[in-house]
Design a protein around this ligand. Sequence first.
Ligand code: TMP
Length: 235
Amino acid sequence: MKKKELIYEGKGKKLYKTDDENIVIAEFKDDLTAFNAQKKSCESGKGSLNCQISSLIFELLNQKNINNHFIKQLDENHMLCKKVKIIPLEVVVRNIATGSLSKRLGIKDETKLPFSLVEFYYKDDLLGDPIINDEHCKIMGILDSDDDIQYIKNIAREVNNILINFFDSKGVKLIDFKIEFGRDSNNNIILADEISPDSCRLWDKESNKKMDKDIFRENLGNVVDAYQEILNRIK
Ligand code: TMP
């Protein structure tokens, strides 16, 4: 399928039209941003690694009947996807406390949570993606029913269970991750965006070595080498 006009450019991806109005091409960029784009870089090969890792994960989720936007990987950094209208919500699932959870609530870093925590953040760069609850979602019209809210939380938990087991079998601990949902042409809510080391925290099971975007956030070393190791382990 041919790449046509650019529809949208985000921090990590560009979206292009195709001949089919319900299908888009996502191009994964090498750009890296953190802290609401206050920190920026570009790492050659990062986009292609994220495209390959995301494709493998979406394929796995498709096999497990988690409805998502992935159709197929086209080449190293292009993915064919169902067109969706993104719901402006960052759905974060956490298994181990770290990052903003530890900072906000003073929960000791690396504490195993008694159950997996699902959080909602309102996706708005100008507001700095503030954390919100179910009622904010309804008041702001982000999601309009309790059923939709429950549906998203349930899918987030199912994705978490699938990915914990998957990564565990590859010697990797899934600490937390962020996913996004969209509405397809039939107005159904489906999983969208990407699932990659840019949007997950992944630690080596034995050494707790970080293998995700925290390497960039915290200046810990080479992001591309770590993402390559994740790809090698899961492929
Ligand atoms: P946090 O601890 O900084 O809130 O991050 C939680 C998870 O969400 C972590 O896996 C990184 C991911 N994340 C994103 O994918 N995009 C973002 O903008 C932020 C803040 C976090």
